[in-house]
Design a protein around this ligand. Sequence first.
Ligand SMILES: NC(=O)c1ccc[n+]([C@@H]2O[C@H](COP(=O)([O-])OP(=O)(O)OC[C@H]3O[C@@H](n4cnc5c(N)ncnc54)[C@H](O)[C@@H]3O)[C@@H](O)[C@H]2O)c1
Length: 253
Amino acid sequence: MNQKVVVTAGAAGIGLEIVKAFAATGATVFVCDINETALEELKQNVPGVLTKVCDISNRSDVESMVTFGAEALGGLDVLVNNAGIAGPTAPVEEINPQDWEKVMQVDINGTFYVTRAAIPFLKKSAAGVILNMSSLAGRFGYENRSPYSTAKWGIIGFTKTLSIELGKYGVRANAILPGAVAGPRIDHVLQSRAEANGTTLEEEKDKAMAIQSLKGFVDPKNIAALVVFLASDSAKMISGQILPIDGDAQAAS
Ligand SMILES: NC(=O)c1ccc[n+]([C@@H]2O[C@H](COP(=O)([O-])OP(=O)(O)OC[C@H]3O[C@@H](n4cnc5c(N)ncnc54)[C@H](O)[C@@H]3O)[C@@H](O)[C@H]2O)c1
């Protein structure tokens, strides 16, 4: 489709799968990430990808990164705001305010900085698209994860507002809400729960699956395929929507 795409935090995890999926469509992809080593590896593994080290919570770095990226790409059609950190696990009264602020600084303020800087370029595109990575935690309350849940609900309000503001310029905005994603991160979470609860890994997996209609973790490749679809012309009338990809989860856990 020859799209010009920016992906934040695209050097690992879900972002990496999104980068690979866009590259496979013939898109030119620019990736920012805080992990320089992972960006170097990415350049080896996905030829043609453009990269820059950037922490999205640093406003001045973000502004120069977005301008650099859009100029390197020769324009901008798709912005994927994938970057987001998980933050602390504790009840609200025990959360260190600095830990709370860090989550807001990356997940909310960082997403705002990137989007604000990208909008002038997206308006010039024939079919501009913004895709924001929220979470299951942006659809439900999430015990002991209030900063993350608050930030991910915030991403929904941001997305719906962007859709209204930018529709007249032909720019669409949607949010994607993954559930528990397959990979080392969920394995580690479940192993820690098993150790804390004196249970087995299998028991913790069964408990996690009890809240889902479809029993299984989400394949990050499927998230990437959803992102590519939502950025495509086939989705040209889809904007302002939240798209869960979570096996029909009934709660966040
Ligand atoms: N993994 C899951 O189970 C899951 C579920 C729902 C939603 N999400 C959301 O999906 C997105 C990606 O999650 P993931 O699990 O793939 O992430 P991850 O923890 O695997 O990290 C991916 C990349 O983010 C980069 N990064 C971290 N902080 C950054 C910053 N401030 N600026 C730039 N880059 C930064 C890291 O260097 C890393 O390369 C996040 O917004 C996350 O909240 C993840």
